[in-house]
Design a protein around this ligand. Structure first.
Ligand code: PPY
Length: 415
């Protein structure tokens, strides 16, 4: 999170100070607090949810691999028929049908794909949603977890959420939500972020005492904002900041947001490209209810999360022990190390946080499980690749918990 200076800022979050009604006119925002889903749509959702619950009773949690210890039978059997296991002889062991409709703009009935994003019209996440699915219906959500829930409840078909930024680092909240929810990563989108300093017409830089924006945006513009001596106030999203300043006709407050947000809310651009580094790229994940069939026809990435009982050093020790004791399998042990340590694009370890590391067990029976150390790893390989499957098989032997979050085409547009 950005270090946010709040000396002049009121303690209440921006959200609470906005009268929500004026903003309602342009687009419906999915909110945790005030559901705006029409009754007919809610009825349809309830019907779908009822069917879903029925299906889920027959349907094993398909891409979770976990167990209390590495010898657990449950853990063993789950790995054997998880959705990326392509060698299964028994087609009945495969989970629900996988969809390959990623990056298709419509759903099966031909209607436009509905894609949830966090923020309001003009947020970078909306642009990312439109990059992933041109012509989609982008659906604004107040919070990240609202977007997750919107997909889970069939209100939308996908969610596009930021996960990391080349300057600001990881968006931890979304890592935690990935674990708590059961959505699958079906794609990634990289977006070049170019921040502008916005103000109402007639307002000069010297008039500005404070600036509002998303914490990541404030962090990415740290140098510029420090140089200008501005008090920073964190709000839910960049476009929401612009909207707030415009609606309240503030003359002493600016917003860090995109030029698109400036156009939408009729604001003046006082300065362009104010981020600390011109090479400012945010990576967004595309989430869906079902995984896609991983291919080998293009560059794929696989994202996993795993836990180790005894801490980070355990991974290295276990791999070394494994290589010594099973010389014939040295190649696969080395491969595991290779995949995990060398091919990985991103490793994220989450601190011990009771709340963050708790989630319901796979049967959703209400008992939270805790994991002492969690690692999120992305590596450039498809789960259709036998080597990746072998590597994860070995990782499973030393992990107390392992889940494949998704195997999906890499966005190579920014490489
Ligand atoms: O606030 C937004 O517009 C977002 O979509 C989140 C964000 C903030 C800063 C950089 C990239 C994404």
């Amino acid at each position: 999170m950005a270090a946010t200076t709040t000396s002049r800022a009121p303690a209440t979050p921006l959200r609470n100070r906005i009268n929500p009604k004026p903003w309602r006119s342009d687009q419906r925002v999915i909110s945790n607090f005030n559901p705006t889903i029409p009754r007919s749509e809610r009825r349809r959702t309830l019907a779908v949810l009822a069917t879903l619950r029925r299906d889920n009773r027959d349907d094993e949690s398909h891409n979770a691999i976990e167990g209390k210890n590495k010898n657990s039978i449950e853990l063993q059997s789950l790995l054997e028929d998880f959705p990326y296991e392509l060698n299964s002889k028994d087609s009945n062991s495969l989970p629900r049908p996988l969809t390959s409709t990623y990056f298709s703009n419509s759903v099966s009935d031909g209607s436009r794909l509905r894609v949830a994003y966090q923020g309001v019209h003009g947020a970078y996440s909306e642009t990312a949603a439109e990059k992933a699915y041109p012509n989609c219906e982008a659906v604004p959500c107040e919070q990240f977890d609202t977007a997750f829930e919107a997909v889970e409840r069939w209100l939308v078909d996908r969610a596009v959420l930021p996960i990391e930024n080349s300057l600001g680092g990881s968006i931890h909240r979304n890592y935690d939500l990935l674990l708590r929810h059961r959505l699958h990563i079906v794609g990634e989108v990289k977006l070049a972020i170019r921040h502008c300093l916005l103000a109402n017409h007639g307002v000069k830089v010297q008039d500005l005492k404070r600036v509002l924006s998303h914490p990541q945006a404030l962090a990415q513009c740290e140098n510029t904002l420090t140089r200008l001596g501005m008090v920073r106030e964190a709000v839910d999203d960049t476009a929401g900041a612009a909207k707030f300043v415009a609606f309240h006709k503030l003359n002493d407050t600016g917003a860090v947001a995109s030029s698109t947000a400036a156009r939408i809310y009729g604001m003046n651009i006082l300065a362009e490209d104010i981020q600390d580094d011109s090479d400012n790229v945010t990576r967004f994940l595309v989430l869906a209810r079902e995984p896609i069939i991983p291919g080998t026809d293009r560059l794929f990435k696989t994202s996993i999360v795993f836990s180790l009982e005894e801490g980070p050093g355990m991974l290295f020790k276990a791999l070394a022990r494994h290589a010594r004791s099973r010389a014939s399998q040295l190649d696969t042990a080395v491969l595991t190390a290779f995949v995990v340590f060398l091919l990985l694009n991103q490793i994220e370890s989450r601190p011990l946080q009771k709340q963050a590391l708790q989630m319901l067990d796979d049967n959703n029976n209400g008992f939270p499980k805790r994991f002492p150390y969690l690692f999120y790893v992305d590596f450039e390989a498809s789960m259709a690749d036998q080597k990746a499957q072998n590597a994860l098989g070995h990782l499973k032997e030393i992990a107390t918990f392992l889940r494949v979050l998704g195997s999906y085409p890499a966005d190579i547009s920014m490489s």
